[in-house]
Design a binder for this molecule. Structure first.
Ligand SMILES: [Zn+2]
Length: 388
């Protein structure tokens, strides 16, 4: 538990939310932090607590509102990633007409995380309703840590407004996470139309992860104008989250994603740090007794060194600034209206295209990515491209 809201609410679940603002319903940005979405990742919880404490003593200089939403309370209490389901993989349900209420109301005990997610969603809705402002006023960030040693980095769904928010932080930025990891809280928030970024501070138990999470929150508040830092404090926070010198503070894209059926049977070979350079063919992990090698060169990303989770490892590669600039330009352009004339491309609605992979073999992903679409495989023959 971090700190209760000032207001009493009839829904006791919502009191888990912490709140600070200079005045009730003040103007200015609304920053919402999620912490402890994974219960074994406490760095964000501790860091948010520290910043909140300080903010309550600095009322005069605060312009806007900060909310902290505690994620998986049950898993935090037990010190585990999750109890029954990964709370950061089930949010696709909430972008449909349904949610998990029907499961929770049944007599059979539902997964703990169904209820946790309903509570988090209720907290988000209450904040949105209370401020009822422009979408641009809201900024969401989700704080995590990793099972391997790592520098800090940012994960984002590749929209231009997310890029603009993320690039102010001197850390590597990983684009397009939503295509590989489904059902994240960040994707849910993005689909609601808000900016949101994920911050990964470093290893779960490292003291540096707390320092970096705290620096990230301070920089976020500074960048959005909620609480400005004096120059020395700004420099200090930037140096605290800065990546190791051998890892460029640039954009990376995900090239490969190794999914694990059963984490108990997966064993990453020792010694891989996040962002470690690897060559094609490098032995990486044993899964069900079989040795797996890197299918391409790049940098290893989020190697799994714990017995819970679905993502064995990913391989990422730097994206050239040229493509980033070109894609920013194209997304604002008339090119979208030409997509439906491409061979094998079928327009489903204003935001969605389906692509026949047999007909449109080459550059499909590249073209749709440039224009800001999320590309997922519907089946072996079809891509679904959705405008973010
Ligand atoms: Zn996490």
């Amino acid at each position: 538990m971090i700190q209760d809201t000032k207001r009493q609410t009839k829904d006791a679940d919502l009191t888990r939310r912490a709140h600070h603002s200079n005045a009730e319903l003040s103007d200015g940005p609304v920053v919402v932090l999620f912490v402890g979405i994974h219960g074994n990742e406490t760095a964000g919880v501790i860091a948010a607590e520290r910043v909140l404490k300080e903010l309550s003593a600095a009322d005069g200089s605060v312009n806007g509102s900060l909310y902290v939403i505690e994620g998986n309370s049950e898993a935090l209490a037990r010190g585990v990633r999750y109890v029954d389901r990964d709370l950061n993989r089930l949010w696709e349900m909430y972008n449909t007409e349904n949610d998990f209420s029907a499961f929770v109301d049944q007599e059979v005990p539902a997964p703990v995380e169904y209820l946790e997610s309903l509570r988090i969603k209720a907290s988000i809705e209450e904040i949105l309703e209370k401020h009822d402002g422009d979408q641009q006023e809201f900024i969401f960030a989700d704080l995590h840590t990793t099972s391997s040693e790592s520098c800090a980095f940012i994960l984002l769904n590749d929209t231009l407004s997310n890029r603009a928010l993320a690039r102010k932080f001197p850390v590597p930025q990983i684009l397009g996470i939503e295509e590989n990891i489904h059902g994240t809280l960040l994707s849910y928030i993005n689909n609601l139309g808000f900016r949101s970024i994920g911050f990964e501070a470093g290893a779960h138990t490292s003291e540096k992860s707390v320092t970096r999470s705290e620096a990230f929150i301070r920089l976020l508040l500074h960048n959005c104008g909620l609480l400005r830092l004096e120059l020395p404090a700004l420099k200090k926070a930037e140096s605290e989250i800065r990546a190791y010198s051998e890892i460029p503070e640039t954009y990376f894209e995900i090239r490969y994603h190794y999914l694990v059926d059963d984490a108990e049977q997966f064993r990453m070979l020792p010694g891989f740090r996040n962002f470690h350079m690897i060559e094609k063919g490098t032995p990486l992990a044993y899964d069900k007794g079989k040795l797996g090698r890197a299918p391409e060169s790049g940098r290893i990303f989020m190697p799994l060194y714990q017995k819970k989770g679905d993502d064995g490892f990913l391989i990422i590669r730097e994206v050239s600034p040229f493509w980033l600039t070109l894609s920013a330009w194209m997304r604002e352009s008339f090119f979208h209206s030409l997509l439906r004339f491409l061979p094998g491309v079928d327009k489903k609605d204003e935001q969605t295209f389906e692509v026949d992979r047999e007909v449109a073999q080459y550059l499909v992903k590249e073209i749709f990515h440039l224009l800001g679409y999320r590309v997922t495989e519907k089946d072996r023959w079809t891509y679904v491209c959705y405008r973010r």
